[in-house]
Design a binder for this molecule. Structure first.
Ligand code: 0RQ
Length: 502
């Protein structure tokens, strides 16, 4: 560890994860590193879980509130949820055990726009942060921290926490040093200055995170890779969705509505997102730029092939195979990848100025283009809104994609009314399913409904949606026609009978 921790003062604070977990009492607010299965602490959460179990066995309470960048992994959220160690959790989670505890009511989960988290913490909206547990790759001789595979909210956690525990992970390559761009120019209103970035690949900050050395109470060594973020090879539906998007972008360019040099791309997580990126690999666009929050396998492929020149993100979330390529070719990727705090990677000011093309997945859309990204049947939390809202509202173009049906066709992903709304109709420009692409720009609600039904609905549900829309046009006000007593009946039918088909 002395190779990685070159600041002598910290060497005296090296201890085991168990010793460090003993410094985290019941009831505190803990800021952890971690964004989409990357850069999360690997040792402390397990020691915290063991401590929680021991305390509970003695009949004592032990729960902590955990704030991160975004999702972590089984060895972080999973173990702590399994040990009933989580009280409040924000802002995003994909772990199945934690999800179950959220949906049983055990964990108080706060689902937030990822660009909001840091500033809401500075404003004091979330309460006081007691301890930060941050994975880093090392410490320089000057006491600066070399960030890991995800930056997330680490800058802010290090600034606002009373105490800091560092997990020094010796597994990721030390030669990542220099890849990060940590912006220290943020301030609290009314004295905010513009963020001086005009190109997606501009560097505007420092390569290191800063910490007040006096706050560092423990240094724990780990040697472990991130979660293996595997994705299935794109299926036929994903490939069709990707095909529609690429044809659409080429058409927009031909029509002069998209500049010839193409605009920077944001892509959400998941199979469809990866299929779109795979489609760009063989598509007609060159010199692409990525301005996204999570860099996945698909973007690494584009960089390697020279189709994408630079990619800006807050985290690198790769499969084991792609990670090996990243590690083996770290000098190549260090010149092409910029990892920033999530308040910058997702900043509405930058998304608007740079003209980002936003592509995000959803759970369901309604016939007017409202989008539900988070809730199953209106009540159960899936993962959270993540960064989708940061990009969708402010992007130059905003796509929402989904297969037209879920659960073997028993659920239509196009419904009369969404059971929960994350992105309103005003934030949705283009909806794509494997059935087709609905371009909603410049259309009124009634025009949008007809295009969505015609282009995106699955044939099993098209007539049923058309019938709902036609009957809604015979009653009530006619700007956004609805039959309110029937609008959520499809969801109720699924819950009663296990199938939305009438
Ligand atoms: O269920 O897991 O039981 O098989 O939802 O669906 O089709 O595999 O899609 O993995 O891309 O996830 C919106 C959840 C899509 C994700 C969502 C069921 C379906 C399956 C997953 P199973 P798919 P994906 C960047 C931006 C919000 C955050 C975001 C997400 C499971 O993309 O969390 O965009 N997005 N962030 O069967 C009931 C429906 C359903 C449904 C699908 N209508 N009703 N269940 N499912 N449609 C990333 C970050 O911000 C970090």
């Amino acid at each position: 560890i002395a190779d990685r921790v070159r600041y002598p003062e910290f060497l005296s604070r090296v201890m085991t994860a168990e010793e460090a977990a003993a410094l985290i009492p019941h009831g505190v607010n803990v800021g952890m590193s971690g964004f989409t299965g990357a850069g999360y602490p690997k040792a402390l959460p397990q020691a915290i879980a063991a401590r929680a179990k021991a305390e509970h066995a003695q009949g004592k309470p032990y729960k902590i509130n955990v704030w991160t960048g975004a999702s972590t992994a089984a060895e972080c959220d999973g173990v702590m949820a399994e040990a009933h160690a989580l009280g409040q959790r924000l802002p995003f989670n994909t772990d199945p055990i934690a999800r179950k505890a959220v949906n049983s009511g055990e964990i108080d989960f706060i689902d937030m726009h990822l660009s909001h988290v840091a500033q809401h913490a500075w404003f004091g909206f979330l309460g006081h942060m007691n301890i930060a547990v941050i994975e880093v790759l090392g410490v320089t001789a000057d006491g600066l921290l070399i960030p890991s595979t995800a930056v997330g909210n680490n800058k802010t956690w290090l600034e606002i926490a009373d105490k800091v525990i560092l997990e020094v992970n010796t597994k990721p390559p030390a030669r990542m040093e220099g890849m990060h761009d940590i912006y220290y120019g943020t301030a609290i209103p009314p004295r905010r200055m513009p963020i001086n970035m005009t190109h997606a690949d501009d560097r505007i900050g420092d390569a290191y995170l800063k910490v007040d050395p006096a706050k560092v109470v423990a240094v724990v060594e780990t040697h472990k890779g991130d979660r293996d973020n595997v994705f299935a090879t794109p299926d036929e539906n994903s490939q069709r969705i990707a095909g529609y998007i690429i044809d659409f972008l080429a058409h927009e360019m031909k029509m002069g509505r998209l500049p010839k040099e193409m605009l920077p791309i944001q892509s959400g997580v998941g199979n469809v997102a990866n299929a779109v990126l795979a489609g760009l690999l063989t598509g007609p666009f060159e010199n692409l730029l990525g301005f996204t929050e999570v860099l996945q396998d698909g973007m690494l492929d584009l960089l390697r092939a020279g189709k994408m020149s630079k990619a800006s993100a807050t985290s690198i979330s790769l499969s084991a195979a792609a990670y090996k390529d990243f590690e083996d070719n770290i000098d190549f990727y260090r010149e092409r990848i910029i990892l920033r705090p999530q308040e910058i990677s997702n900043h509405p000011e930058l998304v608007r100025r740079l003209g980002i093309i936003a592509m995000n997945s959803m759970i369901e859309a309604d016939i007017y283009g409202n989008i539900n990204s988070t809730h199953v049947m209106g009540t159960g939390m899936m993962n959270g809104i993540g960064g989708s809202g940061d990009f969708a509202r402010n992007g130059y173009l905003s796509f929402f994609v989904t297969p037209s049906v879920a659960k073997d066709g028993k659920i239509s992903c196009i419904v009369p009314m969404c059971s929960h709304v994350d992105h309103t109709e005003h934030d949705t420009q283009i909806i794509v399913t494997e059935q087709g692409l609905a371009d909603l720009r410049g259309l009124s609600p009634k025009q949008r409904a007809q295009v969505i039904i015609d282009k995106c609905a699955h044939p099993d549900y098209r007539a049923q949606l058309q019938d709902y829309f036609d009957r809604s046009r015979q009653q009530g006000a006619q700007h956004t026609p609805h039959i309110l007593t029937e609008a959520l009946s499809w969801h109720q039918r699924f819950m009663d009978k296990g199938d939305m088909r009438s």
